[in-house]
Design a protein around this ligand. Structure first.
Ligand code: IMP
Ligand code: MG
Length: 185
C-alpha cells in the first residue's frame, strides 16, 4: 500500500480544525439532549473515529451502538440506493432519541435508506449528525441536523474515510490524487 503522502493532493481539513469543530458539535448536542435518552448510532466502519471523538465531547448521558450496511453499489466509491444490513444494532431503539453519526453524506442514498429502516422501529426521535457534507453529489433528500463541514465534490480520505479500506487512521481529511493512486491488486 502506498504511503499516504504519495497520493495526497492536499489536506482539506487538518487535525486541529477537525477537533475544534467536533468539540463545537458535541457542545451543541449536549445542549439539545438532556434527558439521558440519547443513543448514538455509528455506521461501521467510516464513522468510528468521529463517533469516538464526538462522544467524548457530549456531556449528556448517552449510549452508543453500531451497525454495518453494504450498498448494492454501482462501483466501489459510489452507492445507488439499496442497502443491506450486514451487522445489526444490539439495542432496541424504540422510544430512544437516536442520533445517527456518519462520516460523510455523499449521494445520500446510504443515510436515506438507513433512516427509513430505523424509523420503522419507532424511535422517539431520529436525527443525523454528519461530519462531512458533499452536497453537490446529493441524489436523495436527507436531513442533516448537525453538520461538521461542507466539502467540495472531491474524493477524500482519512479520519475514518477509506481508500480501498486503508488510510482510515489518518488524523486529517485529505483529498486523494486519483492519478497517483495505484489500487491494490
Ligand atoms: P452515499 O450513500 O453516496 O451518501 O455514500 C456514503 C458512503 O460512501 C460513505 O459512508 C462513505 O463510506 C462513502 N464515501 C462517499 N464519499 C466518499 C469519499 O470522498 N471518500 C471516502 N468514502 C466516501
Ligand atoms: Mg467507505
Amino acid at each position: 500500500m502506498q504511503n499516504y503522502k504519495d497520493i495526497l493532493a492536499e489536506i482539506l481539513i487538518d487535525e486541529r480544525a477537525l477537533q475544534a469543530r467536533i468539540k463545537e458539535l458535541g457542545t451543541e448536542i449536549s445542549a439539545d439532549y438532556t434527558n439521558g435518552n440519547l443513543l448514538l448510532i455509528c455506521i461501521l466502519r467510516g464513522g468510528v473515529p468521529f463517533l469516538v471523538d464526538l462522544s467524548r465531547h457530549i456531556t449528556s448521558q448517552h449510549m452508543m451502538d453500531f451497525m454495518a450496511v453494504s450498498s448494492y453499489g454501482v462501483g466501489k466509491r459510489e452507492s445507488n440506493g439499496a442497502v443491506r444490513v450486514t451487522f445489526d444494532l444490539q439495542t432496541d431503539i424504540r422510544d430512544k432519541d437516536v442520533l445517527l453519526v456518519e462520516d460523510i453524506v455523499d449521494s445520500g442514498h446510504t443515510i436515506a435508506s438507513v433512516l427509513e429502516m430505523l424509523q420503522l422501529r419507532h424511535p422517539h426521535s431520529l436525527k443525523v449528525c454528519a461530519l462531512l457534507d458533499k452536497a453537490e453529489r446529493r441524489e436523495a433528500v436527507v436531513p442533516i441536523h448537525y453538520r461538521g463541514f461542507s466539502i467540495p465534490n472531491k474524493f477524500v480520505f482519512g479520519y475514518g474515510l477509506d481508500l480501498d479500506e486503508y488510510y482510515r487512521n489518518l488524523p486529517f481529511i485529505g483529498v486523494v490524487d486519483l492519478d497517483k493512486y495505484k489500487p491494490p491488486s
